[in-house]
Design a protein around this ligand. Structure first.
Ligand code: SF4
Length: 439
């Protein structure tokens, strides 16, 4: 039996690596520990317990995890160090052997954190609790609050796709979700705590409903009816699952923002097939055309991976030409790194690291050009922006409906409010709009 009175007034600090999903989950874990009596402090402060929620999408993510562990131990050599998240699920024993680590929790166990903390005494080596994730059917809803103005609402977890380069299904298990009713209740709860804008988040959100006999489109329609929430955004959604009916609905909705994030990953059909993606580039182009024909001012962010095994120079050039022709607003460029236990490792053609970096640079330049072009279309127009709280050199930032970043002089009373602005001038080197507040 755990004596939870030990937790009273103990300081706990959190460090999150990786995606929005991880941020929403850390936020939920933090709320649960605060309810047990812990006091949340910043990661660069002294704490009794440090918790690192890891990611394992690339090699860099692994490295960042190691650095975060070292930072915690430097801060307080006697602190109880917990590591959880995707990297912990995939490599629990490796992490358990790292100096200073006391507890390693898998992707499921992290939501019952308080039950595993024990007496908070340092251990000779890390204690591991990481069950079999592939057979796990449990879903733990989460949302971020307090850390950012916008709230990330986790609506789905896991993935059934098994793209050849990806380890996420091994770390997060099969696709699963809470039902629509529960998800709506959670959205309302976030609204009652001040959420103005909710970003629907998951590993493969278009797959929502598979485990509850519902669909993502139904979820979108039901959320749209929640009066308490002013704005929704759909985060990354697979192109094959972003159906025309969803695009048409977003075009009609006043709450779902004209903002899409679609992973393309490669603009070459040969490479898409090697990646085991479930669409070809023609379908992708159709989605972009559909969005732009109905919502010309929509922001479209696109993920691309460069240097994957099998991507020859000819494939890359073909992809580059395709991407040039897409009416999109921004690219999120990822450089491929080999991940253990993935099918891609059997593909023979290996792209040398300097070539991977070069391809990434080329696509970053393409992205900058596209973003500048997108922003420039809106100079002189008006927009509604949700202003974020933090102060940066006397200014505060916000985002318009179609995800234009703006800055205004800092005013604490404007935090978390939606304001009408005139987009005065585009500051190209900062990729931000200077704006004028309107009444
Ligand atoms: S869709 Fe593919 S890349 Fe995305 S999480 Fe699933 S397996 Fe990984």
């Amino acid at each position: 039996m755990i004596d939870k009175s030990l937790f009273l007034e103990k300081k706990v600090a959190f460090h999150t690596l990786g995606c929005k999903l991880n941020f929403s989950e850390t936020s939920t874990i933090a709320r649960a520990l605060t309810e047990e009596g812990f006091i949340k402090v910043k990661y660069d402060e002294f704490a009794d317990v440090y918790l690192i929620n890891t990611c394992s999408v690339t090699e860099i993510a692994d490295k960042k995890c190691r650095q975060a562990i070292k930072k915690a131990i430097r801060q307080n050599p006697n602190a109880f160090v917990v590591v959880t998240g995707c990297f912990a699920q995939l490599k629990p024993l490796t992490i358990a052997e790292m100096e200073g680590v006391d507890l390693v929790l898998g992707s499921n166990e992290k939501f019952k954190m308080a039950d595993y903390l024990g007496d908070l005494q340092k251990k000779a080596s890390g204690e591991v609790h990481a069950g079999k994730i592939m057979t796990n059917k449990e879903f733990f809803p989460s949302y971020s609050m307090g850390d950012r103005t916008r709230t990330f609402l986790k609506v789905q977890d896991g993935c059934d796709y098994f793209c050849s380069y990806c380890t996420i299904p091994l770390a997060r298990g099969k696709s699963r979700n809470a039902d629509i009713k529960t998800t709506i209740e959670l959205a309302k709860k976030a609204a009652s705590e001040g959420a103005q804008e909710i970003i629907l988040t998951g590993v493969n959100i278009g797959d929502f409903g598979k485990s509850t006999n519902e669909t993502f489109f139904q979820l979108v329609q039901e959320l749209d009816k929640v009066e308490e929430i002013k704005r929704f955004r759909i985060s990354s959604i697979e192109p094959n699952l972003l159906s025309d009916e969803i695009i048409e609905y977003v075009a009609r909705s006043s709450k779902f923002m004209p903002h899409f994030h679609i992973p393309l990953q490669s603009g070459s059909n040969k490479v898409l097939a090697l990646m085991k993606r479930k669409y070809n580039r023609e379908l992708f182009a159709h989605r972009v055309d559909k969005i732009k024909s109905l919502i010309p001012h929509a922001f479209i962010g696109v993920d691309v991976i460069v240097g994957v095994r099998g991507e020859t120079s000819a494939h890359f050039n073909e992809a580059l030409e395709f991407i040039h022709g897409l009416d999109i607003s921004q690219l999120h460029v990822f450089t491929y790194s080999e991940r253990p236990n993935t099918k891609a490792l059997t593909i023979e053609h290996v792209v040398p690291i300097p070539e991977r970096k070069l391809r990434s640079q080329i696509l970053h330049q393409v992205s900058d050009k596209k973003t500048r072009h997108f922003y420039n279309q809106f100079v002189g127009q008006t927009a509604s922006v949700l202003l974020e709280g933090s102060e940066n050199e006397g200014m505060m930032n916000g985002f318009s409906e179609n995800y234009l970043k703006v800055k205004v002089p800092f005013d604490a009373s404007l935090k978390n409010t939606i304001q009408k602005v005139k987009l005065k001038s585009f500051i190209s080197d900062e990729m931000v709009f200077d704006v004028e507040l309107m009444d």
